[in-house]
Design a protein around this ligand. Structure first.
Ligand SMILES: [Mg+2]
Length: 334
C-alpha cells in the first residue's frame, strides 16, 4: 500500500520482517506473539531480533505478568514493537491458563455486532482507486490515504463509486504547514461524509501549530504518528480530537489498554489501528475494541499468506463467533 510517506510492504507478512514469536511453558501451553516493526518508529526486523536475543525467556512467566513486563522493561528502553511481541505471547498464555479470551481476562467486554472496521484505500491513480473501492463494496466504512500528487482526483474517484459512504481520511503527516492543512480540511469538509482526518501535519510540527489547527478545523482531527503511547496524551489533547492506538507503536496489549484509557480520560475519542499484520495482531487488538469509538483493523484483510485464524470479519463487522475455540487470543495457526 502506498501512503504519503512512501510504500509500505503489503500482501505478505514475514517477507520483510520476522513476524512471529512463541513462548511455551513447562506444561506445553503456547502463547503466540507477532511483530510488525515500522521504520517510522525506529524499529526494523533487525532491531526486533536484536532485542529478542537479549531476552532471557526464563524470566518470563504466564503466571506472573507484572513481573514479566517489569523484566522486559529492564532489558532496554523503547523497542515497543519488540516488547509488544512478547506482551501478546504472555497475555495469550496467561488467558489460556485462566480459560478465558483475553478481553475477559482483562476485565473488558466485546459486544458482537457492535464493532466495524474501515477498509483502507492507498494512494493510487484514479482508475486503481475506482477498482479498489468497487472491490471494497461490502465494507461500510472506507479509509482513504491522501497527501499524494492529486488528492482531489483521488477523492473524486472514490466518490464516483461510493457517493455517500462514510470515509476516514489519513494524510500521514503530508501537509507541511498549518495553513496548507487548514485549506485541505476545509476542502474535505465540503464532501459532507468525511468522519475525521488522521495526522494532517507532521508529528514533529510545532505543538502551537497543532493547537491552531484544532481550533479552526471543520473536521475532527486524529493523532496517529503523534500518539505513540499513553505518555503522549497531554500533548495530543491540545492538538487533536481523537487518537489512533496501534499495538506495535505502544508495546502490545497492556500498553494499548493504557493508551486507550488515558485518551478517554482526557476526553479524546479513540481508534485502534494496525500495520500490515496477520490475524494474530489483529485479534490481539480486537480484544480492546470495547475501549474504542472506531476501528481500523484491516491489516489481515490486505495479506494473502495469513498463517493464523482469529477474529472474524464479515462485511467489516468483527466477530469471535467462528474463531478457533481455544481461549487466550482465540487466534490459532490455520
Ligand atoms: Mg494513520
Amino acid at each position: 500500500m502506498t501512503i504519503a510517506r512512501g510504500r509500505v510492504p503489503e500482501d505478505r507478512v514475514g517477507t520483510t520482517v520476522p513476524s512471529f514469536a512463541a513462548l511455551t511453558d513447562k506444561d506445553g501451553v503456547v502463547g503466540y506473539g507477532e511483530a510488525a516493526p515500522s521504520p517510522r518508529y525506529d524499529e526494523t526486523a533487525d532491531s526486533v531480533v536484536a532485542f529478542l536475543e537479549r531476552v532471557n525467556p526464563y524470566q518470563l512467566s504466564f503466571t506472573d505478568l507484572p513481573g514479566s513486563l517489569r523484566y522486559l522493561e529492564s532489558v532496554g528502553s523503547r523497542n515497543y514493537c519488540a516488547k509488544g511481541t512478547l506482551n501478546l505471547a504472555l497475555l495469550d498464555g496467561a488467558a489460556q491458563l485462566a480459560g478465558q479470551p483475553v478481553h475477559r481476562f482483562l476485565g473488558l467486554d466485546f459486544q458482537e455486532g457492535r464493532h466495524v472496521t474501515s477498509f483502507s484505500i492507498g494512494l493510487a491513480a484514479p482508475d486503481v482507486i475506482r477498482q479498489k473501492v468497487t472491490e471494497a463494496g461490502r465494507y461500510p466504512r472506507l479509509k482513504l490515504k491522501l497527501g499524494g500528487a492529486d488528492d482531489a482526483a483521488a477523492l473524486a474517484a472514490l466518490r464516483e463509486v461510493a457517493p455517500h459512504k462514510p470515509v476516514r481520511v489519513d494524510a500521514n503527516e503530508a501537509w507541511k504547514t498549518r495553513e496548507e492543512a487548514l485549506r485541505r480540511l476545509e476542502w474535505l469538509a465540503g464532501d459532507g461524509n468525511i468522519e475525521f482526518v488522521e495526522q494532517p501535519m507532521p508529528a514533529g510540527a510545532d505543538p502551537a501549530d497543532h493547537a491552531w489547527l484544532k481550533e479552526r478545523s471543520p473536521l475532527p482531527l486524529m493523532a496517529d504518528e503523534s500518539y505513540i503511547y499513553a505518555g503522549d496524551v497531554e500533548r495530543c489533547a491540545a492538538g487533536f480530537h481523537a487518537v489512533n492506538v496501534k499495538l506495535v507503536k505502544c508495546g502490545g496489549i497492556s500498553a494499548g489498554m493504557q493508551a486507550l484509557r488515558a485518551a478517554r480520560a482526557a476526553g479524546l475519542k479513540t481508534m485502534l489501528g494496525c500495520m500490515i499484520e496477520s490475524s494474530l495482531l489483529i485479534s490481539a487488538a480486537a480484544h480492546l475494541a470495547g475501549l474504542t469509538d472506531y476501528l481500523d483493523l484491516d491489516g489481515n484483510l490486505l495479506i494473502t499468506n495469513d498463517p493464523f485464524r482469529g477474529v472474524g470479519c464479515r462485511d467489516g463487522w468483527l466477530s469471535w463467533a467462528e474463531a478457533p475455540t481455544s481461549t487466550g487470543l482465540r487466534a490459532g495457526p490455520r
